[in-house]
Design a protein around this ligand. Structure first.
Ligand code: 3H9
Length: 708
């Protein structure tokens, strides 16, 4: 018998245990091991029933995702082995009880549904998360789930991919009983109870499949929802088609439809990109020169300096994670405004059903407002979120250095300033780090963790670990202007304004990027963030601009007219009282006039050029960042763009996207832009090198601790 599946006998009940750490994925050897165990069960007349359980912390978390790449690259044949195994389990003469703890996800739930009964620990979860990997359930999940849970729940689970708690799984009939206490003992007792009963086969249970009239509105609503919430993703719609097939065709025929759709999705660029994202999110947590064993500093209490939009949001993030937090402002009115905005945010979350009132009340108690540094001497971590100006930040860090206990982490939420210079205001630069949250901090998943020259390894390890606890994806970046995300965003926005000045309309630029999959067009983002923010920064750094290099001017001119974006009711767009964007022909006329004054010829600009100009501006700057070592790996840049800038996950991030297009093609296009638009489009040397060598950005590894 395979080492991955063990069989023991508990009186007259057989217990099969899958042991394939860390998550009991269905790697080669696991299905074979289960098949052998089922053979023995059938043969052994002394055995009356069986329990299948996962060893370690979970049931089966699904197919082994690492194997997918081997299949799509043709390195292994796509085995049909798993689906026949499920039929074999279902056809077994003796009942097999699936005992679920941890997660039964993807192929894990498909395995469980082929069993005759399912019991679950009360903290277990089940789900068909395949869409998040750009695929659909491929082992009859779309066919068995509606037979157990009903069509509406099945279509929701397969199309949205979110997990379902054990109590809900019980309510929908996905599991038959919840077990308190020892799961295995409970499952064995359950197996004895039902041993003499007939063995129900999920695939033959058609009573919950509904009628065409009942199902039509369910599928229509699911498709509308998928088009809106998973815009551009093929897998969600494919999953809905597959569940619909379950309601229209016999089981075997439905399985064939599922198989065809599964294969289409598996071989798509979308699934490759999403699998890259799955592993990427885990990869970014690994810092080459900071081993997993690095000691971390317990963060049980925190303080935030500055109760503005960012500071208030950051305080909520800590409170939501159960960490008490002091929130300091300089004067009472500012503190009151900050607290009012926190309360409003929480009230909205209750209204939308994200949090209960009780949860919010508890969180609010964890946020303690203050006008002084009282209490700061005992906190484990402080996050400074005051106005973006070096002098002020240095003053705050000088204060913190005097007040905070030795070893406390002193973090700055700066988005542009030099972390080393901020650290120089203290006598303990090893404790200083950048933690760049994204607005709104309580919503956005990204946390750029900025490593200063002297930042201690345990401080970095703590912040990386803490990011997970705070529900964020922490990505370590180096200390350069704008760090990684904003440094790349700068040329992206610059190109959007250049395009306007060359003749494209505001709506054409935004809709091209929206159709590419970005959450919002670049100009609408500018209006949301406030055009005056960039304007002020540009004014501050004007002395660094090199003469003779083209500068985008239309945004600054709008600011001079008082059009700062949403907050002033007008920017690139006009806004109604509900902050809904309305195209404003006046902007087009103004830009035309300014362009004529500057002597910029006007032309028709294609959608394709708009996308290439903006996305390749990201790629070119990203390649420089990578080569200079301010990001550890290309995937780190991808994860930053997916979680902080609304880049479509099904394109894998800007660097992965460039690899998918092919670096030679990207490089050639950048050379074209270089010829047309000059110096700003100088191709990054790394891009040139990799393109010439036929390599990929994703393969590039500097083999050193890039940000140290
Ligand atoms: C599928 O089942 C298709 C079917 O329809 C069948 C078709 C025929 N494979 O997340 P963690 C690794 S598609 C390979 O840090 P947690 C992960 O990379 C699959 N590896 O832990 C990490 O490795 P490392 C559907 C996997 O406790 C380590 O395990 N299933 C897999 O925070 C620990 O993972 C899913 O989509 C896998 N399936 O969360 C479930 N899963 O340490 C995907 C994990 O080297 N998995 N690894 O970085 C998850 O959602 C989470 O991992 C889980 C645990 C909730 C299970």
């Amino acid at each position: 018998m395979s080492d991955l599946v063990q069989l023991i006998k508990d009186n007259r009940v057989a217990v099969f245990t899958i042991n394939n750490p860390p998550v009991n994925a269905l790697s080669p050897g696991v299905p074979e091991g289960i098949a052998e165990a089922v053979e023995q069960l059938d043969k052994d007349e002394a055995i009356i029933a069986a329990v299948l359980i996962g060893g370690g912390k979970t049931f089966v978390a699904g197919a082994d995702i690492k194997e997918f790449g081997k299949v799509t690259s043709g390195k292994v044949n796509r085995g049909e082995g798993f689906k026949p195994l499920l039929l074999r389990i279902e056809d077994c003469r003796k009942p097999i009880v699936m005992a679920i703890h941890g997660t039964a996800f993807g192929g894990g739930l498909e395995l469980a549904m082929a069993g005759h009964y399912r019991v679950a620990a009360s903290n277990a979860q089940v789900g068909q998360p395949e869409v998040k990997l750009g695929i659909i359930p491929g082992a009859a999940g779309t066919q068995r789930l509606p037979r157990l849970a009903g069509v509406a729940k099945a279509v929701e689970m397969c199309a949205e991919g979110n997990p379902v708690k054990a109590s809900e799984a019980l309510k929908y009939g996905i599991v038959d009983r919840l077990i308190e206490g020892d799961l295995l003992a409970g499952a064995v007792a359950f197996a004895r109870e039902i041993a003499a009963m007939p063995v129900p086969k999920t695939r033959e249970r058609n009573d919950r499949l509904g009628t065409a009239e009942q199902n039509a509105p369910i599928f229509a609503a699911a498709r509308a929802n998928a088009r809106k919430k998973q815009r551009g993703m093929m897998a969600a719609l494919a999953a809905i088609d597959a569940v619909e097939a379950a309601t229209q065709l016999p089981f075997d025929e439905g399985c064939k439809v599922e198989q065809r759709l599964f294969t289409d999705c598996l071989f798509s660029d979308q699934s490759k990109a999403l699998i890259h994202v799955f592993f990427g999110e885990r990869e970014v947590a690994k810092i080459p020169d900071i081993p997993k064993e690095t000691l971390t500093i317990p963060v049980n209490t925190a303080a935030v300096v500055g109760a503005g939009t960012m500071g208030g949001g950051i305080a909520m993030v800590f409170a939501n994670a159960g960490i008490p937090v002091l929130l300091k402002e300089a004067d009472q009115p500012a503190l009151d405004r900050g607290l009012a905005s926190i309360q409003k945010n929480y009230a909205n979350s209750v209204k939308r059903g994200r949090f209960t009132q009780q949860f919010v009340d508890e969180r609010l108690k964890l946020i303690q407002p203050t006008l002084s540094y009282d209490g700061f001497s005992s906190v484990d971590m402080v996050i400074e979120a005051v106005f973006e100006g070096m002098a002020l930040k240095k003053q705050v860090f000088g204060d913190l250095d005097r007040i905070c206990k030795p070893g406390a982490i002193l973090a700055s939420n700066t988005s542009t300033l030099n972390v080393d210079e901020i650290a120089s205001a203290t006598a303990r630069p090893q404790s200083v780090i950048g933690t760049h949250f994204f607005s709104p901090a309580n919503v956005m998943r990204l946390l750029e963790i900025v490593r200063g020259k002297a930042t201690g390894k345990e401080v970095i390890a703590t912040c990386m670990q803490l990011s997970k606890k705070l529900g964020k994806v922490g990505v370590l970046v180096g200390n350069c202007r704008g760090f990684v995300g904003n440094r790349m965003f700068h040329p992206y926005v610059r190109e959007s304004v250049f395009l306007l000045e060359e003749g494209a309309s505001v709506e054409a630029v935004d809709s091209a990027l929206y159709e590419f999959g970005m959450a919002m067009g670049p100009l609408a983002v500018g209006d949301l963030a406030g055009l005056d923010v960039g304007w002020r920064i540009r004014k501050e750094y004007r002395h660094l601009e090199q003469p003779g290099i083209r500068q985008a001017f239309a945004g600054d001119r709008l600011c001079e007219l008082g059009r700062y974006g949403q907050k002033t009711g007008a920017g690139w767009y006009k806004y109604d009282e509900n902050r809904r964007a309305i195209p404003d022909p006046e902007v087009g006329e103004l830009v035309r006039k300014w362009a004529a004054e500057a002597g910029i010829p006007q032309r028709q600009i294609s959608k394709e050029e708009i996308v290439d100009r903006l996305i390749y501006a990201l790629v070119n700057e990203g390649a420089r960042i990578l080569e200079e070592g301010f990001a550890l790996r290309a995937v780190d840049i991808d994860i930053i763009y997916l979680n902080g800038y609304g880049f479509p996950s099904y394109r894998g991030g800007p660097m992965w996207y460039a690899d998918t297009i092919g670096l030679k093609k990207v490089y050639d296009r950048i050379c074209e832009f270089h010829d047309q638009h000059g110096e700003l489009w100088e191709p990054a040397p790394l891009l040139k090198k990799l393109a010439e060598e036929g390599r990929r950005l994703s393969d590039f590894n500097k083999e050193q601790s890039a940000t140290a």
